[in-house]
Design a protein around this ligand. Structure first.
Ligand code: CTP
Length: 402
């Protein structure tokens, strides 16, 4: 159980922080909520007190005998600020201490995670851009806002990242306080995720059990580390990760076209998607009816191997990463199969994980080994998928820097 301070800024997305609070407390953490005065205009103190089981104050004058303006920050394992408004980012960047939250930010020595939410103009204003750069330079993690519907009828970049995504980053920072360095700025990375669907007829398909969670974590962590991320998503029913451009595809052929196009100027391509090796040779134009003879067999034809095409057409310097979900068998262990696949595929790295018996597919946790073509091996113990993603990016940034 960790001690978390949840700072809530004065924006309409403050109501979503109540959901984030629930997620953090349900994960077993002790959470103190520190709203700003304007946050309390949106969601009142009783909500925060009831959900956190702690008294709530926005100023430094309540329970002054406890010296909360120093104690809260000192005792925290993590400070999460959600929503972080433009005003709050400015006050944090300038070291102001005019309320309990900004005092807490000055006394905290633990990781600090900002999840911004504001209108697009405010996020893009040079003042905010500078303030965010200052906070990142000092080691705070500042997520990009998500894109979509804003408070009014307008849409754009500025939505609060999904509470589940913020909670996942919080867990990552608690497990690995040095995670999420801002070291992928200026890089373009392409990540494929999910599982392709190969049409049998207009309503049926051959598919697989990939949820897309691991690939989404790889994309989300890359964005939090500063990369421009193109996420090619095959049928994943997950919210868009903040800061990523998401391209939705269905079949292996659609995924191939999207990945190859996005890869043209990519520094890294991570193929986390489960791509079908075969597709029905001819999809029926109309729904196959129950009346009549059942089809004796469904002829299949081979799909292109996207990773192999990337290897064959790579520009010098592009780093190519595959994923392999394996089960051990009479011919070798999971790692034996992984090493053989890395050699066969010709990519630079292969992340191998064991599947079956409730492992990996659809789960929020995973374990894996990052195998390098240079013989390197990084073992990542069982943990949240974001931890495996962050470890993968540690390996890849070392490689890009070479
Ligand atoms: N892959 C791909 N295109 C395909 C199949 C797989 O790009 N048509 C990529 C996957 O995204 C993954 C890697 O290749 O990064 C390994 O996928 P996997 O299905 O394990 O490889 P296969 O070559 O299909 O091997 P297997 O015979 O074990 O299925």
């Amino acid at each position: 159980m960790a001690s978390i301070v949840l700072g809530v800024g004065g924006g309409i997305a403050a109501y979503k922080a109540a959901d984030l609070l629930r997620k953090l407390t349900e994960a077993g953490h002790d959470v103190r909520v520190v709203p700003t005065a304007s946050a309390l205009e949106f969601v009142g103190a009783p909500t925060w007190a009831a959900l956190s089981h702690h008294p709530v104050a926005a100023d430094v004058w309540s329970a002054a005998e406890d010296v909360p303006h120093v104690r809260l920050g000192r005792e925290a394992d993590l400070v999460v600020v959600a929503p972080a408004t433009a005003d709050l980012l400015a006050r944090a960047a300038h070291g102001l201490a005019d309320d309990l939250l900004t005092n807490t930010l000055l006394t905290a020595r633990c990781p600090v995670l900002f999840a911004p939410a504001m209108h697009t103009e405010m996020w893009e204003h040079p003042a905010t851009v500078d303030n965010v750069a200052t906070l990142r330079r000092r080691g705070s993690v500042v997520l990009d806002p998500a894109s979509g519907r804003l408070t009014g009828t307008d849409t754009g970049k500025g939505r609060l990242p999904e509470p589940a995504e913020i909670a996942a980053f919080a867990e990552l920072l608690l497990l690995a306080p040095a995670a999420l360095p801002f070291d992928l700025a200026g890089r373009h990375v392409v990540v494929s995720a999910g599982g392709t669907r190969e049409a049998l007829d207009p309503v049926r398909f051959l598919g697989n059990a990939s949820s897309g969670k691991q690939g989404y974590a790889v994309a989300a962590v890359a964005a939090a580390r500063g990369a421009r991320v193109t996420l090619v998503s095959a049928n994943a029913e997950l919210p868009d990760p903040a800061g990523c451009d998401v391209i939705r595809v269905g079949s292996a052929l659609e995924l191939r076209d999207a990945v190859l196009k996005a890869a043209e100027d990519a520094d890294v391509v991570v193929m986390a998607a489960a791509v079908a090796d075969f597709r029905p040779a001819a999809a029926a134009a109309h729904k196959i009816k129950k009346s009549g003879e059942p089809p004796a067999a469904v002829p299949l034809e081979e799909n292109p191997d996207v990773l192999a095409e990337l290897v064959a057409t790579r520009r010098p310097g592009t780093v190519l990463v595959g994923f392999a979900a394996e089960t051990g068998d009479d011919n070798g262990t999971v790692l034996d199969h992984g090493r053989a696949k890395l050699a066969r595929k010709g990519c630079d790295f292969l992340v191998v994980n064991a599947v079956g018996k409730g492992l990996a597919f659809g789960q929020s946790h995973n374990a894996g080994v990052v195998l390098g073509a240079d013989g390197s091996e990084r073992v990542v113990d069982y943990g949240p998928k974001s931890v495996l993603a962050d470890a993968l990016w540690d390996t890849l940034t070392e490689r890009i820097a070479r």
